[in-house]
Design a protein around this ligand. Sequence first.
Ligand code: ATR
Length: 280
Amino acid sequence: MTKAFVVGHPIKHSRSPLIHGHWLKEHGIAGSYERIDVEPVNFGHFLRKFHEQGFAGGNVTIPHKEAAFAGVARRTERAERLKAVNTLWIENGVLWGDNTDVLGFMANLDQSLGIGWEQAVDTALVLGAGGAARGIVAGLQDRPLKRIVVANRTVSKAEELVRDFERYSAVKLAALAWDELNGALAGSQLIVNTTSLGMAGQPPLLIDLDKAPDNAIVSDIVYVPLKTPLLAAAAAQGLRTVDGLGMLLHQAVPGFERWFGVRPEVTPDLRALIVADIEG
Ligand code: ATR
């Protein structure tokens, strides 16, 4: 029986076991996917020992993604770019790490908007410059856009992100101060919120969305609630929206395929299962 895990601290709110459990059942695989709570001081030990406990690999979440990056023997190019690892597996006795958040975000845009959506996007505006924003910039900069503008409350973090990532593609990157954000909306055909604003219990993200072009796409990586105030405002204005749940579902696909040998699909049934959990 193949076993996989999600390791974090705390971990009890992770929805990954629901996602992988659904796929295991759907494909009739006698495997398991377990939550494991490991404190930061014990993470290095866990990384060295999980294979001996019968695990093929697993997902890594907060606060261990950087320690996982440092602790694996080999990394994919995507993980190198992000300096964070969220998926582990053993290949020929070697511990590998990947970062599938990038793939998750991009696969969700492709599935939600249809392949080729970039043709109508010159400029993407990314709000926030934390770990999540890094994954999104890494994904977007591999697509044929002209410009990616990163706006952040602490502008120095946006500038650092631009410096770290501009070497990887010809797409122009620019940092923007948070109070100049509304001025950039008119020229942005894709607007992505990666900050925690709009999350349940947090203040909403308030921007002058009416300045955005009629063909703008508005995406939020927050998925609790599913319809954030930003997405509700965008939809009320007739703009296309992409919610954050799809990213969570799609980022799980490559790990499942590595550990269990079957490429699973993000279906309406799976989405409904997680929506029920979020709303329940
Ligand atoms: P994650 O890994 O989810 O990206 P993070 O690295 O803590 O988490 O980043 C959180 C992002 O939300 C940051 O861009 C943060 O801005 P700062 O860099 O200025 O801290 C942004 N953020 C959080 N609260 C915010 C607020 N009240 N207004 C604007 N931005 C906020």
